[in-house]
Structure formats: structure tokens, C-alpha cells
Design a protein around this ligand. Structure first.
Ligand code: ADP
Ligand code: MG
Length: 199
């Protein structure tokens, strides 16, 4: 995102410099602009772009990170590679990944938001039953692109081509987990990974 901004910034700096040069050559301007003044002018446009959402023609990229889990039903059937292929085909980059086995308590904390749901106990036992693969995915709108390639919670309702449509066994044993928003993504990533592990 910032790289995109910086290159736009340089591009606009160049444009504005040429424009000022043009004004000077044609005697519309008698005084010179220094670099700082030109940057101040640019800052003004960028602040407007941020606050009033005036587009300067740059495509805004929202690079996000999201937590993904390949659940026990999938690791047991050797589907890790096939699922990763689907994630990568969806434009998601696996920037961290490890195979671990959760205790029921650890699964319980991870799924604390569901503690009032009737399937909470069953879900925690399932997640702790066999190894899982936890991973951090990065990409443009990673949270929603991952949810899209995962498919609906219930595989019967999942769209064709999605991971759950192809691999899930049931609404409970549905092969993958994916964060459902920015706040949950931040919590879930930090639950399994340190910053140094994401590259
Ligand atoms: P999602 O994983 O699509 O975000 P939820 O957050 O609603 O779905 O539920 C978390 C997980 O709990 C599901 O992925 C699934 O493994 C399990 N689950 C959800 N609904 C049920 C259900 N009715 N019966 C058994 N397990 C369920
Ligand atoms: Mg969920």
C-alpha cells in the first residue's frame, strides 16, 4: 500500500515540477518553487485524498492478513497440499505455516466466541483430536478472499469449487477455518504466531 503511495507521490512530484516549469517558461510565474513547497502542495492533495476520498487515479490496495486452519478431518486425509493449492490459486500467499496439535483447553480459548453455542464442546474436542495446520495468509482483501474460497460453513450450501464443497465431510468437520474480520484475524494470528514467524 505504502509502496504504491510513494511511487504515486514521486510521479505527482514530477508532474507538478513540469507544470511549474511550464508556467515559468510562459511567464505566468515569476518566482521559483523549492522542493519543499512542491511537497507541501502534494501533501495537501494527499490529505484531501485521505479525508475526502478524492481519487488521484491510484488503485487502492488493501493488503490484509488472515488466520487459516486446516482442520483435523483434512490433515487426516492428506489434504494439506490440495487445500494450499486452492488458497494459492485464490491469490493468497502463505506467509507462515506450522503443524501443531492443540489441547482441548487451547482449542477452547481459540473458539471462546462460540462458548454459548450448542456445538462448542463437540467443536473443541474435534479441533484437539488430531494435528492441525495453522497458517497466516496474506493478500489483497485476504480476509474476504479466504472466506470466499473456503465456502459456506455447511458444505451442502457451499459454492462449487470452494474448499468446503470439495473436501468437507459435514458442517462440523468442514476442513478449514478462516478469520471472519479484522479484529478476529488480529487475535487469531497472535494466538499462534509471533511477528518473526511471518515472512
Ligand atoms: P465458520 O467456520 O464458517 O466461520 P462458525 O464460526 O459459525 O463457522 O462456526 C465455527 C465452526 O464450528 C465451524 O467451522 C464448524 O466446524 C463448527 N460448527 C458450526 N456450526 C455447527 C453445527 N451446527 N454443528 C456442529 N458444528 C458446527
Ligand atoms: Mg467463524
Amino acid at each position: 500500500k505504502y509502496i504504491q503511495w510513494i511511487s504515486n507521490y514521486d510521479y505527482l512530484y514530477l508532474k507538478l515540477s513540469y507544470f511549474i516549469l511550464y508556467l515559468k517558461i510562459n511567464k505566468y510565474l515569476s518566482f521559483d518553487f523549492d522542493r519543499l513547497t512542491i511537497y507541501s502542495l502534494l501533501n495537501f492533495f494527499f490529505i484531501n485524498e485521505i479525508y475526502f476520498n478524492i481519487s488521484l487515479g491510484a488503485k487502492k490496495m488493501v493488503v490484509q492478513r488472515t488466520l487459516s486452519i486446516i482442520k483435523p478431518d483434512a490433515t487426516r486425509r492428506n489434504l494439506t497440499g490440495a487445500i494450499n493449492q486452492k488458497l494459492e490459486n485464490a491469490g493468497l500467499r502463505i506467509i507462515a505455516q506450522k503443524r501443531i496439535k492443540l489441547s482441548k483447553e487451547q482449542a477452547g480459548i481459540f473458539y471462546l466466541v462460540h462458548k454459548e453455542r450448542p456445538f462448542y464442546d463437540e467443536l473443541c474436542s474435534f479441533m484437539a483430536s488430531e494435528p492441525i495446520v495453522v497458517q497466516v495468509l496474506e493478500g489483497e482483501d485476504a480476509i474476504s478472499s479466504n472466506r470466499k474460497v473456503m465456502g459456506a460453513t455447511n458444505p451442502v450450501e457451499a459454492d462449487d469449487g470452494t474448499i468446503r464443497k470439495e473436501f468437507a465431510l459435514s458442517i462440523g468437520e468442514n476442513s478449514v477455518h478462516g478469520s471472519d474480520g479484522e479484529t478476529t484475524a488480529a487475535f487469531e494470528i497472535s494466538y499462534f504466531f509471533s511477528g518473526l514467524e511471518m515472512v
